[in-house]
Every structure is written in structure tokens, then in C-alpha cells.
Design a binder for this molecule. Structure first.
Ligand SMILES: Cc1cc2nc3c(=O)[nH]c(=O)nc-3n(C[C@H](O)[C@H](O)[C@H](O)COP(=O)(O)OP(=O)(O)OC[C@H]3O[C@@H](n4cnc5c(N)ncnc54)[C@H](O)[C@@H]3O)c2cc1C
Ligand SMILES: *[C@@H]1O[C@H](CO)[C@@H](O)[C@H](O)[C@H]1NC(C)=O
Ligand SMILES: *[C@@H]1O[C@H](CO)[C@@H](O)[C@H](O)[C@H]1NC(C)=O
Ligand SMILES: *[C@@H]1O[C@H](CO)[C@@H](O)[C@H](O)[C@H]1NC(C)=O
Ligand SMILES: *[C@@H]1O[C@H](CO)[C@@H](O)[C@H](O)[C@H]1NC(C)=O
Ligand SMILES: *[C@@H]1O[C@H](CO)[C@@H](O)[C@H](O)[C@H]1NC(C)=O
Ligand SMILES: *[C@@H]1O[C@H](CO)[C@@H](O)[C@H](O)[C@H]1NC(C)=O
Ligand SMILES: *[C@@H]1O[C@H](CO)[C@@H](O)[C@H](O)[C@H]1NC(C)=O
Ligand SMILES: *[C@@H]1O[C@H](CO)[C@@H](O)[C@H](O)[C@H]1NC(C)=O
Ligand SMILES: *[C@@H]1O[C@H](CO)[C@@H](O)[C@H](O)[C@H]1NC(C)=O
Ligand SMILES: *[C@@H]1O[C@H](CO)[C@@H](O)[C@H](O)[C@H]1NC(C)=O
Length: 572
């Protein structure tokens, strides 16, 4: 997927698109506006009629804002994932809408004076029925179009958008249905919920609370549990208790490249069931719904603790103390999100370590007792100050519910799964590495204690979940951001910063062959096949060939993408 010679590739597309359009073998390039095989307006109108008028033109989010009666989006709208979720062309990290690598680059910046279509699709089918999806899939295949699939637009690798593509958006798939006994074949799998692929996590938490249930779902407002989340693996603060989302999904309904709607579970198309659980978002078909195990709800103790370390030396000791104590909460299968950031606005730079921990079924007092060894060790370090500590107690659905996600910036990520053995053997080195990463220009270093416990116990489930999840303790993410004043060379350096600067630091502790979580990772990961998908990429490739022989569902750093250019427009 990596091509740094866009001009040449586009030229090749144009030439080969012309010479091969009538050939029976796979065409070299997708048809784009201007290619001879590209649908005419009347052909698009036929599709529009088939999908009951739900084919819409797509524009970048900045252009959408300009077209509002007020002439602009407010800051609150621009940064709201709930608001952006209503805009077909919007990505939550706006950089993915930009065509930095197109020749010439095609950008549409907020309040800008010019606006190019960039990497935003040309049309979207705002699907409401399975038949809409089937029509769009068949249309893409028949006209050799680049197809993109989106539910929330949260993707951190930009996989839900593509230039010159037809988008299928599943945001309207809002069905939710709870049952006490869900059958796979003749086997009763117990209580479960069937979730449309457009249902936001926050809606699901409200509904699961109303049904006195809980399920493994994201720590987010609008991420779609039955969209990209589960296909990547899907972690949660409840993963140490219940496992990954992919460990708890029982069935999918999915439209595959042929246009067929398939029921996919452990007995029906089990090979595809294997791939859909960890084999990567967007590579298999269009999910209509997925069914997840549910559990009786319970109360959780949650806490937020913010510590300040007054200089780098102190921060390193503090991060090491955290690494030493990270096993303290295993007895109750706690999940924790932590953030380490350098605050460079102060004249002396200080470091902030923030922890947000969920302890299922545990009272506030018990959770304070479980935190006291860590807190005592942390506060014993000269130069560490307690900024905030807040313990709360209540229903787990309420604890995980979020009203909105703050988005609308430019951001790229990079990540690694850190093995539990690293934490056991070398906590000091973990602390040192995290501080080096916080110094590496990253806006923040995010740690996720969402492995161990049930995630490790589930090691023998046969799915495409990367085996590194089963031995990991944490998932560590680097966030690199920029604002719209950055120049293209600066942006391109930032896009590569994880590979050039940060990954070497992570390798010191995670080892040279550590895995990474494909949903929160670097699109430019050179060896994504093993880093994201583990040792059995060949198995995923074979499943891909069987269900998607023409590579209709291609996403960056996804299965089969090595056959395509950066945009999924031409074979390489
Ligand atoms: C604020 C925030 C919080 C997050 N929290 C968590 C978390 O707690 N745990 C976690 O594991 N991850 C988390 N993530 C990462 C999240 O799992 C990924 O961003 C994921 O790709 C989002 O899926 P989506 O469908 O909502 O997004 P989209 O951008 O719409 O799609 C993402 C990918 O899924 C594909 N896709 C979308 N819909 C469908 C469909 N109907 N059928 C087939 N493919 C589809 C797209 O083609 C694309 O490849 C978070 C992300 C954000 C932005
Ligand atoms: C599809 O039809 C609807 C309703 O007739 C119309 O509003 C929309 O603009 C059409 N889409 C395109 C791409 O022409
Ligand atoms: C863009 O315009 C909006 C509305 O006028 C304003 O609130 C916002 O601050 C502007 N943003 C930038 C980046 O200029
Ligand atoms: C949603 O549920 C209704 C009622 O069960 C059903 O008719 C419809 O097909 C479902 N829609 C999708 C997209 O699954
Ligand atoms: C960073 O430091 C400045 C100045 O001390 C302070 O105002 C700001 O709130 C700090 N930022 C964070 C994220 O703590
Ligand atoms: C919470 O406690 C109840 C009552 O003891 C128990 O039935 C349930 O399984 C527990 N749930 C979890 C997630 O520990
Ligand atoms: C929790 O601890 C406080 C202070 O030690 C004590 O007063 C209270 O009774 C305890 N509550 C429970 C439920 O044990
Ligand atoms: C960092 O702070 C600690 C604690 O106050 C202090 O002992 C140490 O000298 C400081 N180190 C540097 C390099 O400033
Ligand atoms: C503690 O957390 C609760 C729940 O999130 C919140 O309502 C409350 O304002 C917080 N208190 C402080 C002091 O931050
Ligand atoms: C859960 O906590 C609430 C208070 O937030 C309390 O009213 C309720 O009884 C608790 N439920 C259980 C099962 O402990
Ligand atoms: C997985 O299966 C192997 C072979 O049966 C067994 O030795 C191992 O203990 C199992 N691992 C887990 C985590 O259950």
C-alpha cells in the first residue's frame, strides 16, 4: 500500500485502465472519474433509484461546514464525533480526509480558501437495508470501483475513506435486540445482544443498562461496536474480566463481495468467522449486525488519579513504580487506562501521569486498599505530587458511558503490545521507555491495561486475534498530532515519526517482533502482515481469496493490501 510515486502511479492507472477495461482478467486499476469505464450520470441514477434515493454526493467535512446556512461549524460541532457522524464524508481525525500524497496534494482545511476532494469518496450509499448494501456492493464490482465502508468514521488509519471511491455507510443500522438464549446451530449460547453495525457504544451502554446487562464494548461514545472495533479485536476495561470483543462475538451478518448476505458463526462459514475476529477491519465484507455475549450487570468502583512528577528523573521513577505495581489489581481483573504526557507549557517541564481504573464488583474501600501500595510508593518519591484523586461507585454501564468523543484534530498513531513478562522482568526499563516516548514529540503516551486475565485465558480460542494479545499486559499507543498551520513537509515528517523515532524506543522493551493492535496503530507499519495479524497471515490471505477474489474490500495495512497502491486504486 505504500507508494511514494503518486504521479507515476496515477499515470499508470490511466494507461492501464484504458487498455484493460474490456479484459476478463482483473483490471489493473479501479475506474475513477474520467476513466472510460467509469459510470455515467445515468448509470449512477439507476443505482440511486435502486437504493431508493439514498445515494448522496460526498464532500469533505470542512466543505460541509461552509455549506451550512450559518456558513461555518462551531468549534463544538467541529470537535464532536456525534456531529461529525452525521456527515457522510467526515473522518473524526480530519487528516484522513486530506489527499497529502495525491499529485498535486488535495486538501480541504477548515475555514480554508480552497477545497479539494482529497481522500474523500465521491458518492455514498446511506444504507438503510441489506438490499441497499447488496446493490452498492454489486455496483462497485460491476463497474470496477474503489469501495469504502464506514460506520462512525473513527478509524485511526483512515481505512473508512478513499479517494474516488463509492462509500457504503452503515450508520443507519441501528437495530438492537437482547435475548436470554441465543442459538448457534442447535447450541444455546446464553444471553446475548444483536447490534446493528451503526450503533454507537454509548447507545449500547444505555440499552444494556436498561436490560440489566453488560457487554465488551469500547471506551468511547460513538465507536461502533459491530463495525471496525470487533474486527480488529476490540479491547475494553472489562477485557481482563470477560476477554476481547472478538472473544465474545457469536455471529455476524455480512454482505460479501458477491453481494450475498451470509450468516457467519462457528458452524456457518467458520473460516470467515475466524477472519472477522481479529483479521482486521474492512477487509471481509459489509457487516450488517453482530451478536455479542452479554453478562448480568454489576457495580464497579472506578477511580481517576492524577499525579505530577516535577522533572524527568522523577517521572521515570514514577512510571517505573507504576510498572512494578501493575499486577496489584489482577486479583480483581481490573482494567486501566493510563496517560503519560510532558507538560511543556510550564517554564520547567513537568510530567503528568493520569490513571483511570475500573474494578468490577469492588467497593470503594476495597479499591482504595488495592491502590494503597502503589499510592504509597508513588507518594514516597520526592518530587511527586497528587493533583487529583476521585473514587466513584455505580453501575458499570454508567461508568463506561460517554456522551461524546472529542475529535476534529489531525492525528496519527503508532503502538505495540507490551508483554507481561517485560513488566515482570524489567519494570524500571518500562518506566524509562515511557518517559523517553513522552519526550519524543508525542502529544501523549496512552497505556491500556486491557489484557491479562480472561484475555490470556482465552489463548486457545481459534480466531485471527494476534497471539501477542494473549501474553500482553498493556497496549501502548503514541499519539502524534498537528494543527492546520503545519507545512506539508512537517506533516510528512510527523506521519513517519512513529517509525523513525518512537518505534526504536518501544522495541527496546517490547522486543523486535512484538505485535500491535491493528485498530490503534500506524498505517505505515512496514511489516503489518505479522505485526498486526501474527504468524498465520497465509490463512487470512486464503480466506480473503475465497470470499473476496477481486479485492473489493481493500483497506490500508489490511489483508491483501500489499497487492494495491496507497489508495487501493491500482494493483502494484
Ligand atoms: C474515541 C475513540 C475511542 C476508542 N476506544 C477504543 C476502545 O476502547 N477499544 C478498542 O478496541 N478500540 C477503541 N478505539 C479504536 C476503534 O476500535 C477503531 O477506531 C475502529 O476502527 C472504529 O470502528 P468504527 O466502525 O467505529 O469506525 P469506522 O472509521 O467507521 O470504520 C473503521 C474500520 O472498520 C470498517 N467498517 C466500518 N463499518 C463497517 C461495516 N459495517 N462492515 C465492515 N467494515 C466496517 C471500515 O471500513 C474501517 O476499515 C477507539 C477509537 C476512538 C476514536
Ligand atoms: C439520489 O436521489 C435523491 C432523491 O431523489 C436525490 O436527492 C439525490 O441527490 C440523488 N443522488 C445523486 C447522487 O444524484
Ligand atoms: C473557523 O471558523 C469558526 C466559525 O467562525 C471559528 O469558530 C473557528 O475558530 C475557526 N477555526 C479556525 C481553525 O480558523
Ligand atoms: C432491523 O430489524 C427489523 C425488525 O426486526 C428488520 O425488519 C430489519 O431488517 C432490520 N434491519 C437491519 C438492517 O438489520
Ligand atoms: C500545563 O501547565 C500549565 C502551566 O503550569 C497549566 O496551566 C496547564 O493546566 C498544564 N496542563 C495540563 C494538561 O496539566
Ligand atoms: C459480581 O458479583 C456478583 C454477586 O457476587 C456475581 O454474581 C457476579 O458474577 C460478579 N460479576 C463479576 C463481573 O465479577
Ligand atoms: C470505608 O472506609 C471508611 C473509612 O475508613 C469507613 O468509615 C467506612 O465505614 C467504610 N465503608 C465500608 C462499606 O466498609
Ligand atoms: C528532580 O527532582 C528531584 C526531587 O525534587 C530532585 O531531587 C532532583 O535533583 C531533580 N533533578 C533534576 C535533574 O532537576
Ligand atoms: C468525581 O467523579 C464523578 C463521576 O465522574 C464526578 O461527577 C465528580 O464531579 C468528580 N469529582 C471531582 C472532585 O472531580
Ligand atoms: C449498585 O450501586 C448503587 C448505588 O450506586 C446501589 O443503589 C445498588 O444497590 C448497587 N447494586 C448492587 C448490586 O450492589
Ligand atoms: C491451550 O492448549 C494447550 C494444549 O492443549 C494447553 O497446554 C494450554 O494450557 C492451553 N492454554 C490455555 C491458556 O488454556
Amino acid at each position: 500500500m505504500r507508494s511514494f510515486a503518486p504521479a507515476f502511479t496515477l499515470l499508470l492507472c490511466a494507461l492501464l485502465g484504458q487498455t484493460q477495461q474490456n479484459s476478463i482478467s482483473s483490471p489493473h486499476c479501479r475506474n475513477i472519474p474520467g476513466s472510460p469505464g467509469y459510470p455515467t450520470a445515468s448509470v449512477w441514477n439507476e443505482l440511486n433509484a435502486t437504493v431508493s434515493g439514498r445515494l448522496v454526493p460526498v464532500v469533505p467535512s470542512a466543505k460541509y461546514c461552509d455549506s451550512l446556512p450559518t456558513g461555518a461549524c462551531t468549534d463544538a460541532e467541529w470537535t464532536s464525533s456525534e456531529f461529525r457522524g452525521m456527515i457522510p464524508g467526515a473522518m473524526n481525525e480530519v487528516n484522513w480526509e486530506q489527499g497529502y500524497d495525491l499529485n498535486p496534494p488535495s486538501l480541504c482545511l477548515r475555514n480554508g480558501t480552497t477545497c479539494g476532494q482529497g481522500d474523500v469518496p465521491t458518492h455514498s450509499v446511506e444504507a438503510e437495508t441489506v438490499a441497499d448494501v447488496q446493490a452498492a456492493v454489486k455496483f462497485s464490482a460491476a463497474h470496477n470501483l474503489r469501495l469504502a465502508v464506514k460506520s462512525s468514521g473513527h478509524d485511526f488509519l483512515g481505512r473508512s475513506t478513499a479517494p474516488n471511491s463509492l462509500l457504503i455507510r452503515t450508520a443507519n443500522f441501528q437495530n438492537i435486540s437482547f435475548t436470554e438464549s441465543f442459538f448457534v446451530g442447535s447450541k444455546d449460547m446464553g444471553s446475548a445482544v444483536t447490534v446493528g453495525s451503526g450503533v454507537h457504544a454509548n447507545t449500547l451502554y444505555l440499552q444494556s443498562k436498561a436490560n440489566s446487562k453488560i457487554l465488551v464494548s469500547p471506551a468511547a461514545a460513538t465507536v461502533c461496536t459491530a463495525g471496525g472495533y470487533v474486527q480488529g479485536a476490540g479491547h475494553s476495561a472489562l477485557s481482563p474480566t470477560f476477554g476481547l470483543a472478538a472473544d465474545n462475538v457469536l455471529e455476524f451478518y455480512l454482505v460479501v463481495a458477491s453481494g450475498e448476505l451470509l450468516q457467519v458463526n462457528s458452524v456457518s462459514h467458520p473460516d470467515l468467522f475466524y477472519a472477522l475476529r481479529g483479521g482486521g477491519a474492512g477487509s471481509w465484507g459489509v457487516i450488517v449486525s453482530a451478536t455479542f455475549r452479554t453478562f448480568p450487570t454489576f457495580n464497579t468502583s472506578s477511580n481517576v488519579i492524577v499525579l505530577i512528577a516535577q522533572n524527568e528523573t522523577v517521572a521515570t521513577s514514577l512510571a517505573a513504580v507504576h510498572a512494578q505495581h501493575i499486577f496489584d489489581w489482577d486479583s480483581v481483573h481490573a482494567g486501566q487506562y493510563f496517560v503519560l504526557a510532558k507538560n511543556s507549557t510550564a517554564s520547567d517541564s513537568v510530567y503528568i501521569l493520569g490513571l483511570n481504573t475500573y474494578l468490577p464488583n469492588i467497593s470503594i474501600n476495597e479499591s482504595m486498599a488495592l491502590f494503597s501500595p502503589f499510592m504509597e510508593a508513588a507518594m514516597a518519591l520526592p518530587g511527586v505530587f497528587l493533583e487529583l484523586q476521585n473514587y466513584t461507585y455505580g453501575d458499570i454501564n454508567d461508568a463506561l458511558f460517554q456522551t461524546d468523543d472529542s475529535v476534529g484534530s489531525n492525528a496519527v498513531l503508532g503502538s505495540r503490545l507490551l508483554p507481561a513478562s517485560t513488566y515482570r522482568d524489567s519494570p524500571r526499563e518500562v518506566g524509562e521507555a515511557l518517559v523517553k516516548l513522552a519526550n519524543s514529540g508525542a502529544t501523549e503516551v496512552l497505556g491500556h491495561l486491557v489484557a491479562g486475565g480472561k484475555v490470556a485465558e482465552n489463548a486457545n480460542i481459534s480466531s485471527a486475534v494476534h497471539p501477542a494479545w494473549r501474553t500482553a499486559k498493556t497496549h501502548v499507543v503514541l499519539v502524534n498530532t498537528w494543527d492546520d498551520t503545519a507545512t506539508l513537509p512537517e506533516i510528512n515528517a510527523l506521519r513517519k515519526r512513529f517509525q523513525t523515532t518512537q518505534l526504536p524506543i518501544l522495541r527496546e522493551i517490547a522486543g523486535p517482533n512484538a505485535g500491535a493492535y491493528s485498530n490503534e496503530a500506524d498505517l505505515l507499519e512496514p511489516n503489518f502482515q505479522t505485526t498486526f495479524f501474527g504468524p498465520d497471515y497465509a490463512r487470512l490471505s486464503a480466506i480473503k481469496k475465497k470470499y473476496d477474489p477481486q479485492d473489493l474490500f481493500i483497506v490500508g495495512a489490511g489483508v491483501g493490501s500489499e497487492r494495491w497502491d496507497e489508495w487501493g486504486l491500482c494493483r502494484i
